[in-house]
Design a protein around this ligand. Structure first.
Ligand code: PLP
Length: 453
């Protein structure tokens, strides 16, 4: 393999590999980019071309590619123990990781169920909620509520509580019958309010649905503050506070999907921290290992855990497992990430650069004729491109405007994979000002070449 040219590697890739979330026919024109190595916010292809990874490789790379401290942690761990069955067996990295996480997760969460990807953590949370309700004498509570435009992964359970047709439509006959609450839509607010000055008037939809369906609902699941896959849609923390109250009033569990928002992405460690309330179950993945290893955790309360704790003969155990649960390499990465957070003021520095990034983006791109909105949360900045900002009417989806800009940006050395016509920056938290400036410049040039200024 070493002697393959880039061209040969591309040919062999297309011969064998079915890439995720892709129409493979698109690859006839836009060939796969063969990445050779990474460093910090940058990726380098086989021919030495540099790309700024402004989307953190699907929002998971947290502290830079090939971060020396995380690399060292993996190297040290791999010579000790690569993996071990996690039923009845345990290991120090997993135990220490739970201790570390206890210091930072929302209050009340204290029991950790490990899995190996975000969708698996979501499946785990749904099953846990369902079984909890059943085992605490509420067998009628077996449905789930979720927000419209939500995304929680692509396995069947996770798709059932997601509402994005792009991923779910074809599979509808296979999915659970879930209750969809109309989500906040702050950019096109039907109440004529704005994100920073509303009282979450749109929460009336949740209230109505709880009134109608809470008796049959085990849990409601949300992406807190940020509906990522829907186009980085952002909504106020007050919504979560109200949802917590409603869940308490109607005895419905609240599941926080912090897979995309966890570990400082929103400016605080977890998105729920902005609301000052705790969920009953929280799913984490992606940034947990710095984006190094497929690892996820579903974390819950003592109360939920206790509902499964009984003599074996009662059949109350949570019979849910994944082969790679608690993988020691993943735990070693996660511990290294936590150490860096503690020792290098990652969160504080990221907050400062978040202000810089948003200011610079607004200065450079704010007046572009097709810029609908630049919304931001932590270092996440989303630019919604529209046909006409005065009406907020979007482009015809068939034009694939965002995709055209993506291709242009790639030519220039910026990995700016869009969500429809929403371009976004969601960089590793360690990005510096110079890298921000360069990424903005490349983004601006790419937009100009497709849409003009
Ligand atoms: N939940 C949210 C909010 C996500 O953003 C994602 C992935 O992007 C998932 C769940 C699914 O995670 P995974 O792709 O690891 O299955």
């Amino acid at each position: 393999m070493d002697s393959y040219s880039t061209k040969q590697l591309v040919e062999q890739d297309l011969k064998y590999i079915w890439h995720p979330c892709s129409q493979m026919k698109d690859y006839e024109e836009l060939k796969p980019i063969i990445v050779d190595h990474g460093s910090g916010v940058k990726l380098y292809d086989k021919d030495g071309k540099e790309y700024i990874d402004i989307v953190s490789s699907w929002w998971c790379n947290l502290l830079g590619h090939c971060n020396p401290a995380i690399n060292a942690a993996v190297k040290e761990q791999i010579d000790k123990l690569e993996h071990v069955i996690f039923a009845n067996f345990s290991h120090e990295p997993a135990i220490k990781l739970c201790e570390e996480l206890m210091e930072m997760i929302p209050k009340g969460l204290c029991k950790f169920n490990f899995s190996d990807n975000g969708s698996a953590a979501v499946e785990c949370s749904l099953k846990m909620a369902f079984q909890y309700q059943y085992q605490t004498g509420k067998p009628k509570k077996k449905r789930f509520m979720c927000l419209s435009d939500g995304y929680h992964g692509e396995t069947i359970g996770a798709l059932s509580v997601g509402t994005m047709d792009l991923y779910a439509k074809i599979y509808k006959p296979m999915l659970m019958d879930t209750i969809r609450i109309q989500a906040p839509d702050c950019y096109r607010c039907p109440y004529g309010k704005c994100r920073d000055c509303c009282q979450c008037e749109c929460f009336e939809h949740a209230e109505k649905d709880f009134e109608l369906y809470a008796d049959e609902t085990a849990a409601v699941i949300v992406e807190p503050l940020l509906q990522g896959s829907a186009g980085m849609k952002m909504y106020p923390a007050l919504y979560l506070k109200k949802l917590r109250e409603l869940c308490d009033r109607y005895d419905v569990l609240l599941i926080a999907d912090e897979i995309a928002t966890g570990f400082g992405r929103t400016g605080k460690m977890f998105a729920f921290d902005h609301a000052g309330v705790s969920p009953d179950i929280m799913c984490i993945s992606k940034g947990l290992t710095g984006g190094y290893m497929p690892m996820a955790i579903t974390i819950t309360t003592q109360e939920i855990y206790d509902a499964f704790y009984a003599d074996y003969s009662e059949g109350k155990a949570f019979m849910h497992s994944h082969t790679y649960s608690g993988n020691p390499l993943g735990c070693a990465c996660a511990l290294a990430v936590q150490k860096l957070f503690r020792e290098e003021n990652i969160l504080e520095n990221a907050q400062k650069r978040a202000v810089y990034l948003n200011n610079r983006l607004n200065e450079r791109l704010g007046d572009y004729k097709h810029m609908g909105e630049i919304r931001h949360l932590g270092l996440i900045n989303a630019m919604e491109l529209v046909k006409d900002p005065s009406t907020k009417e979007g482009f015809d989806g068939g034009l694939r405007t965002g995709y055209s800009i993506y291709k242009k940006a790639l030519e220039k050395g910026l990995l700016l994979r869009p969500l429809g016509d929403v371009l976004y920056f969601n960089p590793p938290l360690i990005i510096n000002e110079e890298e921000i400036d360069k990424a903005i410049e490349l983004c601006a040039e790419s937009i100009e070449e497709i849409l003009g200024k």
